[in-house]
Write a protein that binds this ligand. Structure first.
Ligand SMILES: Nc1ncnc2c1ncn2[C@@H]1O[C@H](COP(=O)(O)OP(=O)(O)OP(=O)(O)O)[C@@H](O)[C@H]1O
Length: 679
C-alpha cells in the first residue's frame, strides 16, 4: 500500500516547510506531502487537504466537486520560546499584528489575548486591508515569519516565526489517515514542555487557567509515560493516567499532596535540592522496574518545580534476562577479540591501539574501509573490549535488505502488524541487543526511511515495534560499518547527513591490505593454521602476493589460501598455481608504477636503482635470490656497502624487491620488473 498524500495549502513556502517538518516529526516519512505552491497539483491523488487558513483558495476547493478528500483547516500552535519575548513587553505596549491575511491577523490577536497578553494593545494589520489602521504610534510589529510585510514606519519588529500545527490538528490527521504517531510519548512530551512553559506564564497573568489546565490534562493523559509535576513547594499538581496505572494510585488522591507521601522511592529530594536532572535511571518500585527521568523545571532562571516521568520496563528487563540465558544458544556472542585480529604491520598495530581506546567509550563508532578489510572483526573486538562485553552482540547487514524487512527486523512487530506476522509479535534486533552492541553492517546500503528511523532511535534511545504503540526504551551501543563513500552519497542525497554525523562520533578506518603487505605472511600462517594445513609458501609466491593489488583484501587472501589448500598436491604452492591475475602480477595501478619510477628519477640516482633492479632481474631468471655481496659484484657501478643498503631499503619500501627471512637473498618483484622497464 502506498503512503497517503496530504496536499498542504499555504500562501508562503516557509509555512509549508514548517507544516511539513511538523508532520514528518510526528509521522516519520510515512506520509507524502504536496504543496499548492509547487505545481502540478493533482487534487485526485490527495487523501487529505490541509489548509493554513480558511482563505479564498480553501473556499474554492470546498466548493469544487473535484475534491473528494476531506478538508482540514489547521489549528496553529505557537513556539513558547518565542512567546517569552512577548511576555517581556511592558504593559500597554502598542503592538501591530502583521499577517498576509486580515482574518489571520485578527485570529492571532484573539489568541494572544487568550494567552493572557491582554494587557498589551493589539492592532491587526494586513497590507491588503480595506481600512488601513493608524500605525503612527505603534511600538512594535509582531509577525509570524512575515517581516517583509511590516510597514516601514515601524522600526521594532518581533518575529515569532511560523506557527506550526498544534497537537489537535496532528491528532486529527492521524485519525483521518489512520496513521499512528511515530513516538507518541516523546512527541507529547515535547509539546508538553511547550505548554508547561505557556501554562506557567499564564498562571502568572491569566484568568483562563481552567481552560489551559484541561487542555494540558488531555495531552498528559494521551502520553504513554507516567508524568508527575511537583511544584516548588513539593506539592503534586499533576498526575497523569499512565502514572495512576503504573503506580496503582488514583490521581484525585494525590493531587495537592506532598510528593514524599507518594513518590517515596524516587529520588525527587535530590533534584529539589541541587536542581540537577537525573536522566534515565531504572529504579524498583512495588516490584516493578521503572525507567525514570527527573528534571528540574527552571523558569527565567528560577526553580519552578520538578517533572518526573517514568515507564514500566519490567518486561524489557525480563526479556533481557532471557536473552542473556539464550545468548550462547542464539549466537549473539562475538567470535573475535583484538588478539584474533592478525596484524603485525605498523599500520595495523596503530589501528588496533586506536580501536581499543574507542572500545572503552560509549560513543557510536563508524568503521570505514574497503570490502574485506576486517571491519566486522573490529566491530566484534570492540564489543569484546568494551564494558558491554557481557551483553549481546547483534549484527545486521543492510546489503540487499528491503525497507519493510529492515523495519520489522530492526524494530520487531506486534501480532497482526501485517499479513504473516507471527502470533505474539516479535522482538526486533535493537531489543535483542539490549545492554549490548548492535552492529549495523553496510550501513551505506540502508534505505533512506530506515536511515531516518535509525537516527530517531539514536536520538531518543527508544523504539516502537511495527504496528505497536508502546515505546520500548533501549540501551544499546551502535557500531556501524561501510565500504561505501558516504561523503559522495551525502552529496547525491542517498545518505542522510544528520545520520552520518550521529554515527561518525568515533571514526575508525581499516587500511587496505595493499598498504600493509607485511601482514600477508602472518595472515597466511593464521589461515593455514585454521585449516591445520602444513603448506608453506615459497619466496617467489610470497613476493608475487606482496606485489598483488588485493582488491578483495583479507577476504580475498583467505579465499586464496583455501583455494591453494585444495588444489596443491605437495606442501609448497608454485607460482603457477596462483590465479592468473596474481601470477601475471599486473601492476596495482599503472599510475603507481609510473609514480614510483618518477620518484626514483627525481632522486637523481635512477641509474643506480636501474642497475640494482637489472642485476636482480638477471638472477630472477635462475629463480634464486642473491645476497648483497654478489649483487655488488654483479653491478657495473661502484657503490659503497652502506649506499647499497640504503638503496635496497628504498626499493623494498616500494615493493620493487623482497628478501627472504632466512638468508634467501634478495629478489625482484613483478612490480620491480615493471618499474625497471620504465626507468
Ligand atoms: N585481521 C584479520 N585477522 C584475521 N582474519 C581477518 C582479519 N581481517 C579480516 N579477516 C577475515 O577476512 C574476512 C573478511 O573480514 P570482514 O567480514 O570482517 O570484512 P569487512 O571489512 O567487514 O568486509 P565487507 O565490507 O565486505 O563486509 C573474514 O573471513 C575475516 O575472518
Amino acid at each position: 500500500m502506498s503512503s497517503p498524500v496530504i496536499l498542504i495549502l499555504t500562501k508562503k513556502a516557509g509555512l509549508y516547510y514548517t507544516f511539513r517538518d511538523n508532520i514528518r516529526e510526528i509521522f516519520g516519512d510515512g506520509i507524502q506531502l504536496r504543496s499548492n505552491l509547487f505545481p502540478p497539483i493533482n487534487l485526485e491523488e490527495a487523501d487529505l487537504i490541509l489548509s493554513s487558513g480558511s482563505d479564498n483558495l480553501y473556499h474554492d476547493l470546498v466548493n469544487s466537486d473535484k475534491v473528494k478528500a476531506p478538508l482540514l483547516v489547521a489549528n496553529r500552535s505557537i513556539d513558547s520560546k518565542k512567546l517569552e519575548k512577548l511576555f517581556e513587553l511592558p504593559k500597554s505596549t502598542r503592538c501591530l499584528l502583521v499577517s498576509n491575511d486580515e482574518k489571520i491577523a485578527e485570529q492571532s490577536v484573539t489568541m494572544l489575548k487568550r494567552l493572557g497578553l491582554d494587557y498589551l494593545h493589539f492592532t491587526a494589520y494586513s497590507p491588503d486591508m480595506e481600512t488601513v489602521p493608524d500605525i503612527r504610534n505603534i511600538d512594535v510589529a509582531i509577525t509570524h515569519g512575515l517581516v517583509d510585510l511590516v510597514p516601514k514606519e515601524v522600526n521594532n519588529v518581533l518575529d515569532l516565526g511560523n506557527r506550526g500545527l498544534d497537537l489537535s490538528t496532528l491528532f486529527e490527521i492521524s485519525k483521518v489517515l489512520g496513521k499512528t504517531f511515530y513516538q507518541p510519548s516523546h512527541i507529547t512530551m515535547d509539546y508538553l514542555k511547550n505548554f508547561v512553559r505557556i501554562g506557567r506564564e499564564l498562571a502568572i497573568s491569566v484568568q483562563n487557567k481552567h481552560y489551559i489546565n484541561s487542555y494540558l490534562e488531555a495531552i498528559l493523559n494521551a502520553a504513554q509515560e507516567g508524568i508527575v509535576f511537583i511544584n516548588e513547594q513539593g506539592m503534586i499538581t499533576l498526575f497523569n493516567e499512565e502514572a495512576s496505572g503504573i503506580l496503582g494510585i488514583e490521581s484525585q488522591k494525590v493531587i495537592d499532596k506532598h510528593y514524599t507521601h507518594v513518590l517515596r522511592d524516587f529520588q525527587v529530594e535530590k533534584v529539589m535540592n541541587n536542581y540537577e536532572p537525573i536522566p534515565r535511571e531504572i529504579i524498583k518500585v512495588q516490584g516493578l522496574n521503572l525507567m525514570t527521568t527527573i528534571i528540574p523545571l527552571m523558569m527565567a532562571g528560577n526553580f519552578a518545580g520538578v517533572v518526573v516521568t517514568f515507564q514500566d520496563v519490567t518486561h524489557v528487563e525480563r526479556m533481557e534476562m532471557e536473552i542473556q540465558k539464550n545468548k550462547k544458544k542464539s549466537g549473539l556472542t562475538t567470535k573475535y577479540t583484538f588478539a584474533d585480529s592478525v596484524g603485525v604491520s605498523n599500520l595495523m598495530v596503530k589501528t588496533k591501539e586506536i580501536a581499543k581506546k574507542l572500545a572503552r567509550s560509549e560513543y557510536t563508532v563508524l568503521i570505514t574501509g574497503e570490502s574485506g578489510t576486517g571491519k566486522e572483526i573490529f566491530a566484534q573486538a570492540i564489543h569484546d573490549y568494551s564494558s558491554r562485553s557481557n551483553g549481546p552482540f547483534v549484527a545486521v547487514n543492510f546489503a540487499g535488505i528491503s525497507q519493510s524487512i529492515a523495519e520489522s527486523e530492526l524494530f520487531g512487530y506486534e501480532e497482526g502488524a501485517f499479513t504473516g506476522a507471527s502470533r505474539g509479535g516479535k522482538a526486533g534486533l535493537f531489543e535483542l541487543a539490549q545492554n549490548g552492541t548492535i552492529f549495523l553492517d553496510e550501513i551505506g546500503d540502508a534505505p533512506l526511511n530506515i536511515q531516518a528511523a535509525i537516527l530517531r532511535v539514536l536520538q531518543e534511545n527508544n523504539i516502537m515495534r511495527v504496528g505497536g504503540n508502546k515505546v520500548v526504551p533501549i540501551n544499546v551501543r551502535v557500531v556501524a560499518a561501510t565500504n561505501k563513500n558516504l561523503d559522495s552519497m551525502m552529496k547525491e542525497g542517498t545518505f542522510r547527513e544528520d545520520l552520518f554525523y550521529r554515527l561518525n562520533q568515533l571514526p575508525l578506518t581499516i587500511p587496505p591490505l595493499r598498504e600493509r603487505t607485511e601482514d600477508i605472511p602472518a595472515l597466511i600462517d593464521y589461515f593455514l593454521n585454521e585449516k591445520n594445513s602444513q603448506m608453506r609458501f615459497p619466496e617467489d609466491v610470497m613476493s608475487a602476493l606482496t606485489a598483488y593489488n588485493w582488491p578483495g583484501n583479507v577476504r580475498e587472501l583467505e579465499g586464496l589460501v583455501t583455494y591453494l589448500s585444495v588444489i596443491v598436491d605437495g606442501i609448497e604452492p608454485a607460482l603457477n598455481d596462483l590465479p592468473a591475475e596474481m601470477k601475471a602480477n599486473k601492476p596495482k595501478d599503472v599510475q603507481d608504477e609510473r609514480r614510483i619510477a618518477r620518484l626514483l628519477e627525481n632522486n637523481g640516482e635512477a641509474f643506480i636503482y636501474r642497475e640494482i633492479l637489472h642485476c636482480l632481474s638477471l638472477s630472477q631468471k635462475h629463480h634464486s635470490g642473491i645476497g648483497r655481496t654478489t649483487l655488488k659484484s654483479m653491478m657495473n657501478i661502484s657503490i659503497s656497502e652502506s649506499q647499497l643498503r640504503t638503496k635496497l631499503d628504498v626499493l623494498k619500501d616500494f615493493h620493487l624487491i623482497c628478501s627472504g627471512v632466512k638468508k634467501q637473498g634478495t629478489k625482484i618483484t613483478q612490480t620491480g620488473l615493471y618499474v625497471l622497464n620504465l626507468l
